[in-house]
Design a protein around this ligand. Structure first.
Ligand SMILES: *Cc1c(COP(=O)(O)O)cnc(C)c1O
Length: 409
């Protein structure tokens, strides 16, 4: 069979509309092409108003925003920070930039996000922890009420990594508005993009100004370059802010497309032994940035993964993420494993990992051992991100669905 996709079908690629170009032209015309200019202030206003936070600071990336959030939280060398375990490493690396130590909190099956029960366990073991770093995976909000209540009880502050979840709501409130410091990303694969960039949200002007100062080399108010603090070159450019302004005009349209893609997968794959990435209905409205599937344990063929490669043995009626990925790739369709949990990453292998029974580090690679479930490792073993590009047509998605069905024959 010849692939019906002449052009590669992407997981999630930028979708431009023309309004972006108009704002970029404005920046060129006025020669505001660097890190100063009116688009920056406008984008900060738009972004903050959208999530419902008082202040936004436009930065060069979501990672830079996370770094400044960790700095605002005052994380000190050697200090423990409770972190989402199953996420992109950009969520947790900034803790290391400040020489803190990540303690990874296992995921739960209802949302694939940080398990409140595991977080509670972590506070029993490390009661003085002050900062919790929470990611909303694939655009599905975490159980924010439970997590915030635990933070409050232990006098810890929450940082929300809402890089993937712009537009998702929890009990009607936008993600990125629950923590003390929160961030979103405008990287090229996110629901809207500035080509690259990020936004930090704060509740007070002082923190926002501090972040803006750090992001522009921490210059003091003096006639010469005067420095009292360590600075960074993290400011967004006014050109990219212009792209962002154009994208916000289409955010609701992108949300509707992403949610429609999720629904079509859910419907098209309903007879297979899989489930879609879950959320708690009535409580949360995901942005469906990426649609993912999880193969039921009894429908998994044998699959083993080393550090850099995977092997599997196909069995009738069964499949595995590696098999589906290879099949889709043959037809020029991109898919990707679930984020490999941080506690399984060589760089973080020595960091503590806490499961809901408080007993995480006992085993690593097995997905069920000693009566404990390592939820993150299990979802990583059985899960897959599906092409979720908002330019994907219904016909193209139907082909993807057929290809996945073939894998289970
Ligand atoms: C994309 C992403 C980031 C990083 O954002 P950049 O803008 O690429 O630096 C951080 N956390 C999560 C969960 C992400 O998906």
């Amino acid at each position: 069979m010849i692939s019906p996709f002449e052009k590669k079908l992407w997981l999630s690629s930028p979708t431009m509309h023309g309004d972006e170009q108009h704002f970029v032209q404005e920046a060129f015309d006025a020669n505001w092409v660097s890190t100063v200019g009116p688009h920056l202030a406008e984008l900060e206003k738009t972004a903050a108003a959208y999530v419902g936070m008082p202040y936004g600071v436009a930065l060069s990336s979501g990672t830079a925003a996370l770094h400044l959030a960790v700095k605002l939280a005052g994380v000190q060398p050697g200090e423990n920070v409770f972190c989402s375990d199953m996420t992109f490493d950009a969520t947790v690396n900034p803790v290391s930039y400040e020489k803190g130590r990540q303690i990874f909190i296992d995921s739960e099956y209802d949302t694939w996000n940080m398990d409140p029960a595991a977080l509670e366990q972590a506070f029993k073991l490390y009661p003085n922890t002050r900062v919790v770093m929470l990611a909303h995976l694939y655009g599905t909000p975490a159980k924010l009420d439970e997590i915030l209540a635990i933070c409050k009880k232990h006098h810890a502050i929450l940082i929300e990594d809402a890089a993937e979840s712009l537009g998702a709501t929890y009990k009607g409130k936008q993600t990125g508005s629950f923590g003390t410091y929160n961030i979103i990303s405008y990287n090229g694969n996110k629901i809207i993009t500035c080509s690259g960039g990020g936004m930090l949200f704060t509740h007070d002007e002082e923190s926002a100004n501090k972040a803006r100062k750090w992001a522009t080399q921490a210059r003091e108010n003096a006639p010469w370059y005067q420095h009292e603090e360590l600075g960074y070159n993290y400011r967004m450019s006014n050109i990219l802010a212009g792209i962002g302004r154009g994208q916000y005009m289409h955010l609701n349209e992108h949300l509707a497309q992403k949610r429609a893609i999720y629904k079509r997968y859910q419907e098209g794959l309903k007879d297979l032994p899989i489930e879609m990435n879950p959320y708690v209905k009535g409580e949360m409205e995901p942005n469906c940035w990426l649609s993912c599937l999880l193969i039921k344990p009894e429908a998994m063929c044998k699959q083993v993964r080393g550090e850099k490669e995977a092997l599997y043995v196909k069995e009738p009626g069964k499949s595995c993420p590696t098999h589906i990925m290879e099949t889709l790739a043959k037809y020029n369709v991109e898919s990707r494993p679930i984020w490999k949990p941080m506690h399984l990453q060589p760089i973080y292998r020595m960091n503590p990992f806490i499961t809901k029974d408080g007993n995480g580090r006992a085993r690593t690679n097995a997905y069920i051992a000693g009566g404990t479930v390592d939820v993150g490792a299990d979802i990583f073993a059985r899960g897959l991100c599906l092409p979720s590009d908002n330019k994907m047509t219904q016909e193209q998605q139907d082909v993807v669905i057929e290809l996945i069905k073939e894998c289970f024959k």
